[in-house]
Design a protein around this ligand. Structure first.
Ligand code: NAD
Length: 297
């Protein structure tokens, strides 16, 4: 069993750290929020006084933070960067969704100090984090991937090696750009059908058996009442927030810009989610985008 420092115990990191403790690892947890630390202690983690305290002597450091600047600050440019105190046997696994450029530069800064760093963003949301069924998409060397695998298996079901450093983040934004596009398209088609007198459940069943079939129609229908247990049927509470989809589409646009890749659909999806967010819907699940299409009641 390993000693694991876990930094960032929010909606995702909290349950991920709890699953590592449940699997028998020693988890030294740190977050800026006292409430998050309290919950971590209840779930079998040891609470640390600082990120440095958590990381001292750890075999692995896992971070689950909001954005690239937090990851950069923690390991490289903050007051007491963790790369200065980790041993060369330790491996850093950053599970945050951040820009690939920062992931690559932090990995390079780690390599200079002899410390391994991989990007391992996740798909599967809070439900997947709680159930231990996340998908991990790893960027790093073969040896680093193999070392991380048994740890990631305590928190996830599908573990992919996308390529070298940064590749995990690129694959993640490709997926989430497609998710944003397919949700927008599904909302558009369903709204047009409903405005022309169709029952959304009947239309959904037709499209599921036809060539328009997709993930949103199968498991995440955006129209309230069509499907039980999805955010649309509980006022778009829980699930994957518009704010996070907007963040991921922004990361996709950065990748598109840097690589001169044409992404007209991704760009349109980002604008749609931006409009929806600007109307005060940032905290709702992303399937609430259908409200943007619906006529005012
Ligand atoms: P969150 O805001 O709930 O959690 C982030 C946590 O990091 C907070 O508890 C905050 O206090 C802590 N934190 C921030 N800076 C810190 C620092 N310097 N030291 C210690 N703790 C610090 O966010 P989340 O939903 O858990 O998302 C985390 C990451 O996972 C993000 O990059 C997000 O894009 C990604 N993600 C989220 C989801 C989702 O459905 N929520 C799904 C996939 C990926």
């Amino acid at each position: 069993m390993a000693t694991i420092a876990f930094i960032g115990l929010g909606n995702m990191g909290g349950p991920m750290a709890a699953n590592l403790a449940k699997a028998g690892h020693t988890v030294k947890a740190f977050d800026l929020s006292p409430k998050a630390l309290e919950t971590a202690a209840e779930q079998g983690c040891q609470v640390a006084d600082s990120a440095q305290d958590a990381a001292t002597g750890a075999d692995f450091v896992i971070s689950m933070l909001p954005a690239g600047k937090h990851v950069q600050g923690l390991y490289v440019s903050g007051e007491q960067p963790l790369f200065d105190l980790l041993s060369s046997d330790a491996l850093v696994i950053d599970c945050s969704t951040i820009d690939a450029e920062t992931a690559r530069s932090v990995a390079a800064a780690g390599a200079e100090k002899g410390v391994g760093f991989i990007d391992a963003p996740v798909s599967g949301g809070v439900g997947g984090a709680q159930a231990g069924t996340l998908t991990f998409i790893v960027g790093g060397t073969d040896a680093q991937f193999q070392k991380a695998q048994p740890i990631l298996e305590c928190m996830g079901k599908n573990i992919f090696h996308a390529g070298d450093h940064g590749a995990g983040q690129i694959a993640k934004v490709c997926n989430n750009m497609l998710l944003g596009i397919l949700m927008a398209g599904t909302c558009e088609a369903l709204n047009m059908g409903v405005k022309n007198g169709l029952d959304p459940k009947v239309l959904s069943d037709i499209m599921k058996q036809s060539s328009g079939n997709n993930w949103a129609l199968q498991v995440y229908n955006p129209v309230p009442g069509v499907m039980d247990g999805v955010p649309a049927s509980r006022d778009y509470q829980g699930g994957f927030q518009v704010d996070l989809m907007f963040k991921d589409l922004g990361l996709a646009m950065e990748v598109s810009q840097q690589s001169a890749s044409a992404t007209p659909m991704g760009s349109a999806a980002r604008s749609l989610f931006n409009l929806h967010k600007s109307a005060g819907n940032g905290g709702l699940d992303f399937s609430s985008l259908i409200k943007l299409y619906q006529d005012a009641e």
